[in-house]
Design a protein around this ligand. Structure first.
Ligand code: TYD
Length: 232
């Protein structure tokens, strides 16, 4: 008889633009692998061949898009990603570290003024019960985030994608949406450790952010009984 495989943990990185999510997600994978755990990286929108095609539509500055069309495309991409990539990996005991997930829709499409119940309902439908076990909110203010974004594009703002071209007010609003979501969930849970949200100060330098993230992951692994004995 086969021993039952323990489901992998699902870890998401969220936050405004320029918080360094992608490099930190990759550093988190290295950390998990250094503990002998199997871990894969993914991102949204994207993560499967079809979802990547939808991503191309979403970020193309040539595409003029109604807010609801935008939401439906993000959710279509997510639906495929959960079904084809995230769930099968978790079921095989592999950890998935995902750069953005359903909370991005609540923060960003919420900032477009869409009713949050619509976003929540669509998230429920597409996520199929596959909610993150740990969500790291890489919080960074508008100025610092923009500076990093500009550095990524070597100072060329004309290379910004469709969403990066939005006005400051949009980014301030989505940052506040993230902070509210985290705070409300922590309050609802009573004990902050019971909430899946962890706030990370992403304005700090790379190594300090990496250390904050490692601390949160280690604590979650320990609590879930995933940390190998030699690392406790
Ligand atoms: P991406 O290049 O992945 O941006 P980043 O490096 O900031 O993660 O582009 C994804 C863009 O899509 C980003 O601006 C955030 C936005 N987005 C939403 O508006 N809603 C969503 O549900 C998701 C997943 C992303």
């Amino acid at each position: 008889m086969c021993a039952e495989v323990k489901r992998g943990l699902f870890i998401t990185l969220e936050g405004p633009e320029g918080g360094g999510k992608t490099s930190q997600a990759k550093a988190a994978i290295e950390y998990l692998q250094s503990l002998g755990l199997k871990a894969v990286y993914s991102h949204e929108p994207g993560g499967t061949p079809l979802s990547e095609k939808i991503r191309a539509l979403l970020i193309d500055p040539e595409n003029n898009m109604a807010p609801l069309t935008e939401l439906l495309l993000f959710e279509a991409s997510r639906c495929q990603h959960v079904q084809e990539f995230i769930l099968p990996h978790l079921q095989e005991g592999v950890f998935v570290v995902c750069d953005r997930f359903c909370d991005s829709s609540l923060a960003y499409q919420g900032a477009r003024g869409l009713p949050l119940e619509w976003v929540r309902d669509l998230n429920n439908l597409c996520v199929k019960g596959c909610w993150p076990d740990l969500t790291l909110l890489l919080d960074v203010g508008y100025e610092a985030g923009r500076e990093r974004l500009l550095r990524r594009y070597e100072g060329k703002a004309q290379s910004f994608d469709r969403i990066e071209r939005e006005k400051r007010q949009f980014f301030e609003s989505l940052r506040q949406n993230y902070l509210n979501m985290a705070q409300e969930d922590i309050e609802r849970c009573g004990d902050p450790l019971q909430s899946r949200w962890r706030l990370v100060d992403a304005a700090k330098d790379f190594d300090s952010v990496k250390e904050q993230i490692r601390g949160h992951i280690k604590e979650r692994l320990q609590r879930g009984g995933y940390l190998p004995a030699e690392h406790i």
